[in-house]
Design a protein around this ligand. Structure first.
Ligand code: ADP
Length: 450
């Protein structure tokens, strides 16, 4: 990490000349501007501005209608981007470059924009802290690497998608050695940027990779995830390859997930642990998990925000299909990890690699808190192959998840009506666009035979 004073002296000495001033958008991307270092330390560190459509757009930077906060009618004015200097860090994979994350504020009142992802997670973390606990979380990043780079693949119409490896490379050291020109700089540059990188490994499909980052307070975890995802794409691009976080880039391939490990701590000790319990789970953990399970449909949208996200939930692929918990069992939506030890935690396996970590963790914390506040009881764990059975299914598509989000009294109370309505609209925008577009699949299937 960099202090502001260190940045000032490095800018004066010429070793840093560029500061990326960014915020995390609804899709989890870094958006912002590249400042000259001299201008940033000379005053822009106090605030800068951006068009407010950035928190009401889609992946393609469209201007969809139907958002209460932002519209042509309201003139698409400005938001304030307020750098949070505690997030200042080097970007070691780019020459002479530092990065800072911003809060997004209303231009007139300077209040945080309630539907900005950072504000949404902060709000839920504050609620957990008010009860005397610190949420400690970790996200796993799965993605695919391809032989070709982004631009070549796009110019070829996304047809030639050849993964970087020729076989399933789960835990393989030989195959992953062949990918070290991408993966080693990812680990080392992120470590130098202040991210507590644990490891990378090959995952269970051709060209699939995983990055693990050490668990941390929830806001840090979301920041690590967003920066790491961005870095993976940039470093892959520097090496001539594409990295995709699309959860399901081919129906015959395993999908990519982003599991979230969760535990609450008090006074530096794990509050989820109770050595007197058979599995080592405290009552607090049980009611938190009961909340996670009860309200899973409500926050599924935040774990699976696109049409494609739902194609991952297939039996027998290690991706979950049911809202059920189990002990160290990778077929369930919620897996108890570290049972009987201080490392006890719950891993939510529903989120796809396309999740926005701020939104997913905000939804999970809101649900867990509701479980604690309602004093919910946790049902016994399910055993065996959880794919067998059809109760407690994860919402099957984006429409079902949108309906559950929109109808969630729990999330409306925890996040505010304006925030829930904003994201329910974002889900509708995806559904409307997909309904309009004719896909390759429809043409190939019906062109001659329909
Ligand atoms: P998997 O077997 O699902 O791939 P990993 O071992 O790769 O799991 O990931 C474990 C993750 O859990 C790591 O990121 C680690 O930092 C995190 N973790 C360990 N202990 C805790 C805890 N008490 N609370 C939250 N996360 C934790």
């Amino acid at each position: 990490m960099l202090t502001f004073k260190e940045l000032e002296s490095q800018v004066a000495g010429g070793s840093i000349d560029t500061v990326l001033v960014c915020f995390v958008d609804m899709q989890g991307r870094l958006m912002g501007k590249r400042f000259h270092g001299g201008h940033f330390v000379g005053g822009a560190w106090e605030e800068t501005h951006c068009c407010n459509y950035l928190l009401a757009t889609d992946l393609e930077m469209g201007t969809p209608d139907g958002y209460a906060s932002t519209s042509w009618e309201r003139g698409y004015g400005d938001y304030v981007m307020k750098p949070d200097l505690s997030t200042l860090r080097l970007v070691p994979w780019l020459e002479g470059t530092a990065l800072v994350l911003c809060d997004v504020l209303d231009h007139h009142t300077h209040a945080e924009v309630p539907h900005s992802p950072r504000a949404m997670l902060k709000r839920q973390v504050a609620r957990v802290r008010a009860l005397g606990f610190e949420p400690m979380m970790a996200t796993e990043l799965e993605f695919f690497l391809f032989e070709k780079g982004f631009d070549e693949i796009r110019k070829g119409g996304f047809q030639d998608l050849t993964p970087i490896s020729g076989y399933n490379e789960d835990y393989h050291i030989l195959q992953t050695t062949k990918e070290e020109h991408v993966m080693r700089p990812i680990r080392n540059h992120l470590w130098e940027a202040g991210l507590p990188i644990e490891c990378t490994k090959g995952e269970a499909e051709t060209g699939q990779e995983e990055l693990n980052i050490k668990y941390a307070p929830a806001m840090d975890t979301a920041e690590y995830h967003s920066i790491a995802k961005h870095a993976i794409k940039e470093i892959a691009w520097q090496q001539g390859h594409a990295a995709t976080f699309l959860p399901k880039w081919h129906h015959d391939k395993v999908g990519s997930s982003s599991h979230v490990h969760q535990s609450l701590w008090a006074d530096g000790k794990p509050a989820f642990h109770d050595s007197d319990d058979a599995l080592g789970m405290s009552d607090l953990m049980k009611s938190y998990m009961a909340g996670l399970l009860k309200y899973a449909p409500d926050y599924t949208y935040f774990m699976a925000p696109y049409i494609n996200s739902y194609k991952r939930f297939m039996k027998g692929t290690f991706a979950p299909t049911r809202i059920i918990w189990s002990v160290d069992n990778r077929t369930a939506g919620y897996r108890l990890c570290g049972e009987g030890s201080k490392a006890i935690r719950v891993e939510c396996r529903i989120p796809g690699s396309d999740m926005n970590p701020y939104l997913a963790m905000a939804g999970m914390l809101a649900a867990g808190l509701a479980g604690i506040e309602e004093g919910l009881e946790l049902q016994p764990a399910t055993v065996g192959d959880v794919y067998q059975g059809d109760t407690g299914l994860i919402p099957g598509d984006l429409g079902a998840a949108r309906t559950a989000l929109h109808g969630s009294d729990m999330l409306r109370a925890a996040m505010g009506d304006d925030v829930v309505d904003h994201y329910a609209r974002a889900a509708e925008v995806e559904i409307e666009e997909f309904a309009r577009v004719v896909t390759d699949w429809e043409v190939a299937r019906g062109f001659e035979r329909a």
